[in-house]
Design a protein around this ligand. Structure first.
Ligand SMILES: [Zn+2]
Length: 362
């Protein structure tokens, strides 16, 4: 199989990866997203036609000073972005790194046949993994009456955060996690208010890591599609971090997408690319081929499946799907278009005239 020429090459491929931890995992002295010796970096991204990476700030109230860590890492994100674009402008083969914050920016980035299509371009979308980053809002003025001002959430929105993973593995003011379901399990009153505010602002709600009851509560409340940015199929590998078939079916109904996580303990069984395919096949078999994406968890996991070295290997998964008989459209959907569609429905419209009413088609 390996000697056969790949049917697809990165140069012709668009990727949308909904989760990586590279930003918070870069070691001192390796602090360039351009060429860090990591699973993900921008040089690897640039070998694809288009590659949008959701770039997470991981935070845990059990071990971090949450607000300080989030602020520091947002500063670091913008420092990196500026540096990357300075280097890109001077490079022999110039490149740009875009930050995606709205629908217009998302469309422009993936509009590869449009005016910007010829330039080498990478894209990042800033995300936070750990809802404790807005715990302060649960204690704010008006909290007694069940009214919340969401000052911190608005600040994070203004600073460009466009996806919030409701929990990591420690419960927060909004909800509990797959590891520790409280009584009553699921969303708190503050969590319920937060779902409405996230919907209103246009921040993507991410349900990876949340408790099962929390998942159901959000799906009942949300007026927008949601994602599980990095969660596999529990029927294939029975761990609480993965989605049950019923959860995935509900996600289909919601219009959402789950990103296949490459963590070998969530994939289970043999530790190679076949196992990734098995999870895709399972979800597709539930009628959800248009609701599957990639959520690698690059640099947040120790071990990668055999055949996957990092962002440079993403094309192999898509190549395999095409060889298995997935249509071009289905394969492109899993590679990028499914996440692209759901983010398009959720992100704020952006400033380009005439686009404000388009695209909200839930
Ligand atoms: Zn995670």
């Amino acid at each position: 199989m390996d000697t056969v020429k790949p049917a697809v090459s990165p140069k012709n491929m668009c990727i949308f990866d909904a989760h990586c931890d590279t930003l918070t995992e870069l070691k001192a002295g390796e602090r360039s997203l351009l060429d860090a010796p990591a699973h993900f970096n921008v040089s690897k991204q640039l070998s694809y036609r288009r590659y949008l990476q959701v770039t997470d700030i991981w935070v845990d109230s059990g071990r971090h000073d949450v607000d300080a860590r989030v602020n520091k890492n947002i500063d670091e994100f913008y420092r990196q972005l500026k540096l990357l674009n300075t280097v890109g402008a001077q490079a022999a083969e110039p490149f740009e790194v875009a930050q995606i914050t709205d629908r217009c920016g998302l469309d422009a980035y993936f509009d590869v046949d449009g005016g910007r299509g010829k330039k080498r371009q990478a894209a990042l979308l800033l995300a936070i993994e750990g809802g404790e980053c807005i715990d302060a809002d649960s204690r704010g003025p008006g909290a007694d009456e069940g009214q919340y001002r969401f000052d911190r959430l608005h600040e994070l929105f203004d600073r460009g955060v466009r996806l919030l993973t409701m929990t990591w593995n420690t419960p927060n003011a909004m909800c509990d996690t797959h590891l520790n379901a409280r009584e009553p399990a699921g969303l708190t009153p503050f969590g319920r208010a937060a779902v409405a505010e996230l919907n209103r602002l246009g921040i993507m709600i991410d349900l990876s890591h949340i408790s099962d009851q929390g998942f159901w509560d959000v799906l009942e409340l949300t007026r927008r599609p949601v994602v599980a940015s990095h969660s596999d199929a529990r029927a294939v590998c029975a761990v609480s971090r993965n989605l049950t078939d019923d959860m995935f079916r509900a996600l289909i109904k919601n219009g959402g997408v789950t990103g296949i996580n490459f963590c070998t303990s969530f994939l289970g069984g043999s530790k190679d690319i076949d196992r990734i395919i098995e999870h895709i096949e399972h979800f597709a078999g539930l009628g959800g081929v248009d609701h599957i994406g990639l959520g690698s968890d690059f640099d947040g996991i120790e071990e990668l499946p055999g055949g996957i070295d990092g962002a440079e290997s993403m094309y192999k998964i898509i190549d395999r799907l095409l060889r298995m008989g997935y249509t071009e459209g289905q394969a492109r959907g899993i590679a990028a278009d499914n996440f692209r569609r759901v983010f398009r429905e959720v992100l704020p419209a952006g400033s380009e005239p005439g686009t404000a009413e388009k695209g909200v088609t839930k």
